[in-house]
Design a protein around this ligand. Structure first.
Ligand code: GUN
Length: 284
């Protein structure tokens, strides 16, 4: 391996220390930051993510509320709970874990969250604000990626950035952030004709498709910064990213591992957004 690693656990630890100090300062002023998490159904990956989010809150001095509903719950029950949390002045952030069961209109659920408490940044109003370059809350995963790039001083102005994946959660907001930072941005997806043609031009390559090891070393420009957002489970139970680490790390200049890369950063930025929301409410 010739590439330098960006250790998401180490970067998270240093950022979380600063966040815990901000949470403690708020608590001293009588405003303990509070995140409400809603989980519908028993998707094993979602259950693990929610458990990790709640545990991270506790460690950082952020209060958390967790509501878990069976997959068959009447959506009206979830909407009623969101209304209650919207109205509660002691709750600063609300997160509905995705994906929701198919019966749910996920868009309507996200729109029901008060945009001032939408710490995921998924509400249409917040998506629009991000697109206009005036973000209220930056979606946690792309926010974490930007922090990783910043930590290494990666040049963004004028850089060719290629994102593989066009999801609302990662690909699209990632494109907006890199664009705002001065990159020339290409977004590739399942209909892209010659994926390798694009990825080989990338100074910054972000893989967010959810397909194990699909980005191989021959698709990477020598010296590029490769950010792997994928978390895939292999048949043997091990986790791996969307990037084939063994071959890509021999070509890249900087690379993120899976696990221990972007994953912990997502939760760190969720804490950042929740504390930010609480600071806004408390008045700085
Ligand atoms: N499911 C996968 N990633 C996310 C995320 O960042 N937020 C929420 N709410 N659900 C997710």
């Amino acid at each position: 391996m010739s590439a330098q690693l960006i250790d998401g656990n180490a970067l998270s630890a240093s950022l979380r220390a600063g966040l815990a100090a901000r949470a403690a300062a708020l608590t001293e002023r009588g405003v303990t930051p509070c995140l409400a998490v809603i989980l519908v159904g028993e998707d094993p990956a979602s259950s693990v993510y929610v458990r990790n989010k709640v545990a991270a809150c506790e460690k950082a001095g952020v209060r958390s509320l967790k509501d878990v509903y069976p997959a068959e719950v009447d959506p009206a029950v979830v909407f009623a709970r969101i209304s209650e949390l919207n109205a509660d002045p002691d709750v600063h952030g609300i997160l509905v874990q995705l994906p929701l069961p198919r019966r749910f209109d996920a868009e309507a659920v996200l729109e029901a969250i008060d945009p001032e408490k939408d710490v995921d940044g998924f509400h249409a109003e917040n998506v629009g604000a991000l697109m206009q370059g005036k973000p209220r809350f930056i979606p946690c995963t792309p926010y974490g990626v930007m922090e990783m790039l910043k930590s290494r001083g990666v040049t963004l102005k004028g850089a060719e950035a290629v994102i593989v994946g066009r999801s609302n959660i990662v690909g699209k907001p990632m494109a907006m952030l890199l664009l705002a930072a001065g990159c020339t941005v290409t977004v590739c997806h399942s209909q892209t004709r010659d994926l390798a043609f694009h990825t080989r031009r990338a100074d910054i390559l972000v893989a967010a498709v959810g397909r194990a090891r699909m980005i191989t070393g021959d698709m990477v420009k020598p010296g590029a910064t490769v950010i792997d957002v994928g978390i895939n489970r292999l048949p043997d139970g091990k986790l791996c990213g969307d990037v084939d680490f063994a071959s890509a790390s021999a070509v890249a200049g900087i690379i993120t591992p899976v696990p221990g890369g972007v994953g912990p950063m997502t939760i760190t930025m969720l804490l950042a957004n929740t504390i930010e929301a609480a600071e806004r409410r408390a008045g700085r």
